[in-house]
Design a protein around this ligand. Structure first.
Ligand SMILES: *Cc1c(COP(=O)(O)O)cnc(C)c1O
Length: 402
């Protein structure tokens, strides 16, 4: 049964499956066949969900909390999310300004479906998270890539941004700390973006999923701190996937203007209905319980980050911006593009990632997946032993290219 000619919808032909999940699948298949693959491609913490959170999930099952919930999520959880925003940032939201969704990714999907359509343009600073452009495209709108410069530590240059603005621009997607670069937007940059957004009436989407994993003591600048009026045109995306090592539970949430959240609830009511009841109870325990887990995880990442930066710095021709948050490094390998081994030329990031996987058994993600071909993404959400072995293999593999 492999010869079906049933045509597919145009919208699905426009987009690709998530490349990070694809690399992960290839690496897992190699590993299953017995190869000693070192996986640097995963976009999730290498920690178990905390004990008290798992217990809350089990209790929800045993208590029979296993039916449909309200579309935007249970009130108790939305109230707890409001309290967390107030305590952590001083932002005031009401529960009807919160939508809980099946992971942060569905939050973004709901936003795009609620806000964008054909003819609309959405600014996406690149390198970007792999899912932003296809989510915008699935809404019929056009993602417009705005290049970020490695020489500016991937901070956005407002003068460059201005060049990509047209009368069709409807909004911008910000991700700070960023996946894949780990960079953050400076207060000055956010100030400039905020001014443009107010002047032009853009929606600002702030993906804060890594805001608990920040290195160095400085406070993370945020678009909502630029001008209180921006609250009327900003959607804040967060969730427990990264902060509480809960990627498989599928709980994210969005805060923003009531009428937009209402429209997103409509989309959700006609698609997933509601996020899993059991996972909502677990997320409630995460949001209301002790908040030391994200810090413990962050502290565990620090020596890995230091080691990986030191190793990358010792490789000739490789540059790497020091991440200020998240758990990725995004080294520039373009000095090796054009070089060959055994008659095969490495022309770009996809060739490089393939070479590293096939010949060094290192699973990484090519920068092209993030709209930035000179780079390759390594996640350091893995053990120090694997990182040490991996950096050794990386050096050997690059040294073979001539
Ligand atoms: C992981 C991630 C998310 C959310 O992921 P979910 O698993 O859907 O909660 C959102 N944005 C970025 C940049 C991410 O890396």
């Amino acid at each position: 049964m492999t010869t079906s000619t049933i045509p597919l919808a145009e919208r699905v032909r426009q987009i690709k499956a998530s490349p990070t999940l694809a690399v992960d699948a290839k690496a897992k298949a190699l590993k299953a066949s017995g190869a000693d693959v070192l996986n640097f491609s995963v976009g999730e913490p290498d920690f178990d969900t905390p004990e008290h959170v798992r217990a809350a999930g089990k209790k929800a099952i045993d208590d029979g909390f296993t039916r449909y919930t309200p579309v935007p999520g249970i009130l108790e959880l939305r109230q707890a999310i409001c309290r967390r925003f107030a305590e952590d940032h001083g932002w005031r939201y009401e529960p009807d300004q919160i939508e809980v969704c099946c992971g942060g990714k569905q939050g973004l999907y709901n936003m795009a479906q609620a806000l964008f359509g054909p003819g609309d343009e959405v600014l996406v600073p690149a390198p970007y998270w792999v899912s932003y452009p296809p989510i915008v495209q699935l809404a019929g709108a056009t993602p417009v890539e705005v290049p970020l410069d490695e020489a500016r530590d991937f901070d956005l240059d407002p003068a460059v941004l201005a060049r990509y603005v047209t009368p069709k621009t409807r909004g911008i997607i910000l991700n700070s700390p960023s996946n894949p670069t780990g960079s953050v937007f400076s207060a000055a940059t956010l100030e400039a973006i905020g001014k443009m957004a107010l002047e032009k009436g853009w929606i600002v989407i702030s993906d804060d999923i890594y805001d608990t994993i920040v290195y160095g003591g400085e406070k993370l600048p945020h678009i909502l701190d630029v001008d209180p009026r921006l609250g009327e045109q900003t959607l804040v995306l967060n969730g427990v996937s990264k902060s509480f090592a809960m990627t498989g539970w599928r709980i994210g949430y969005v805060a923003g203007p009531k009428h937009i959240i209402g429209a997103m609830n409509k989309i959700q009511s006609q698609s997933t209905s509601n996020p899993s009841s059991v996972a909502q109870k677990a997320a409630l325990a995460a949001v209301t319980g002790p908040q030391d887990f994200p810090r413990t995880m962050r502290d565990a990442f620090v020596p890995r980050l230091e080691y990986i930066m030191q190793e990358l710095a010792s490789i000739p021709g490789v540059t790497c911006v020091r991440p200020k948050g998240a758990f990725y490094v995004f080294p520039n390998f373009s000095a090796y593009y054009g070089k060959s081994v055994d008659g095969k030329t490495i022309a770009n990031s996809v060739d490089m990632a393939d070479y590293l996987l096939d010949r060094a058994l290192l699973a990484t993600v090519p920068g092209a997946a993030f709209g930035a071909d000179p780079f390759v993404r390594f996640s350091f959400a893995t053990s120090m032993t694997i990182i040490e072995k991996g950096m050794q293999r990386l050096k050997e593999a690059l040294a073979k290219l001539a």
